[in-house]
Design a protein. Structure first.
Length: 106
């Protein structure tokens, strides 16, 4: 496998930071749910249970997305590393098409 460039390493760090921040948000939300237990009556217990379930689903989704996209990311990095000029040409062509389409709307 080709060695990662500085850009690829930076992208990996940004991606990992985004996932870490999302996981921290979920954990903080769970903490707030626990702390708000004494605020309201019986309905709050049901609401907390629902929110807790949604947070667990979100955390599981984050883990699933990370696992399922890893092979695609690795394949893309391998292709880009082996075909840099083709990648530049494809990106430029895509940018040109998008630019033409956006230019027609104005």
């Amino acid at each position: 496998m080709a060695r990662k460039s500085a850009v690829q390493v930076a992208e990996d760090q940004i991606k990992d930071q985004a996932f870490s921040e999302l996981q921290a948000l979920i954990q903080d939300s769970e903490k707030l749910l626990e702390e708000s237990a004494s605020l309201v009556g019986e309905e709050s217990a049901s609401l907390r249970a629902q929110v807790r379930q949604k947070l667990k689903q979100a955390l599981n989704s984050v883990a699933h997305v990370r696992e399922s996209t890893q092979p695609v990311v690795e394949a893309t990095e391998t292709y880009i590393g082996g075909h840099p000029w083709q990648t530049v040409a494809i990106s430029a062509g895509f940018g040109l098409v998008v630019g033409l389409l956006l230019g027609r709307r104005h």
